[in-house]
Write a protein that binds this ligand. Structure first.
Ligand code: ADP
Ligand code: MG
Length: 254
């Protein structure tokens, strides 16, 4: 489904991603872990078009996407969330969802004059989808409240909801549970499970290893820009290189 081939990215003298290659099958939830600064978010930025790789290729469903802008990549069905949430505080929860609905014909002036019926249909479709997503997120009771009233965890849910509006095939989640309370974490886990059963695929950065083991059939580990492990989560936790990557970081910090 997603192929990354020999991707490199430096910032000045610092190599953030070094020769990373990976191949995600189309039937799995895959985790990406590694110490802080190991290049996980940068890799996600590159895959989703927010950063350009210095070299290498990214293929989504066999189509090269490394030169496409984020909007074109999301139209292909590959969408991400950010480590920092990006909801619009003054819009209602529902309008936050509608604001990202795909292909808004009404935004272009010509169809407003020539295709009013198509726009009406699309608006109804988007409203229906927003209703479904609100239910999935268990945020329907807050649909008309301004997003700024949400708790931090609910904001993270809403951000995931914005992604789901576009019915993606593969979702990249950057630390979806960081700062989220245990109840909402369970809700996010159940949601990922349910969407997985419905055919959506996930690639997620997550620090909580028990959660990675619970959700992911496969985990990739990065350290200093390189991929140092690819396999089952249980094996990752026993792998000497992985252990050293984490311990080494702790030694530097102390
Ligand atoms: P992770 O998500 O694994 O914590 P990042 O991908 O955010 O790591 O960062 C990898 C390295 O690249 C870090 O050393 C970070 O400081 C650096 N980096 C990331 N983004 C930028 C940027 N826009 N400009 C300069 N350095 C960056
Ligand atoms: Mg990060």
């Amino acid at each position: 489904m997603l192929k990354v081939e020999n991707v490199n990215k430096s910032f000045g003298g610092l190599t953030a991603v070094a020769g990373v290659s990976l191949d995600l099958a189309d039937n799995q939830v895959t985790g990406l872990v590694g110490p802080n600064g190991s290049g996980k978010s940068t890799l996600f930025h590159i895959i989703t078009g927010f950063y350009r790789a210095d070299s290498g290729w990214v293929l989504f469903r066999d189509k090269p996407i490394q030169d496409l802008p984020p909007a074109a990549i999301s139209r292909l069905g590959l969408i991400r969330t950010f480590q920092q949430t990006r909801v619009l505080p003054f819009l209602s929860v529902r309008d936050n969802l509608l604001a990202v609905a795909p292909d808004q014909l009404g935004e272009n002036i010509l169809p407003v004059f020539f295709r009013p019926r198509a726009i009406g249909r699309q608006e109804r479709d988007n409203r229906r989808r927003a209703g479904e997503v609100l239910q999935l997120m268990k945020l329907d009771h807050l649909a008309d409240r301004p997003a700024e009233e949400l708790s931090y965890g609910q904001e993270r849910l809403l951000e995931l909801g914005r992604v789901l509006m576009c019915r993606p095939k593969l979702v990249l989640l950057d630390e979806p549970t960081s700062g989220v309370n245990p109840t909402l974490i369970r809700q996010i886990v159940q949601l990922i499970r349910k969407l997985q059963v419905e055919g959506m695929r996930f690639f997620l950065v997550e620090h909580n290893m028990p959660l990675v083991a619970e959700l992911c059939e496969r985990v990739l580990v990065m350290d200093a820009g390189r991929l140092i492990f690819d396999g089952a989560p249980e094996a990752a936790q026993r792998d000497p290189a992985v252990i050293e990557a984490y311990l080494g970081k702790n030694r530097e910090a102390s």
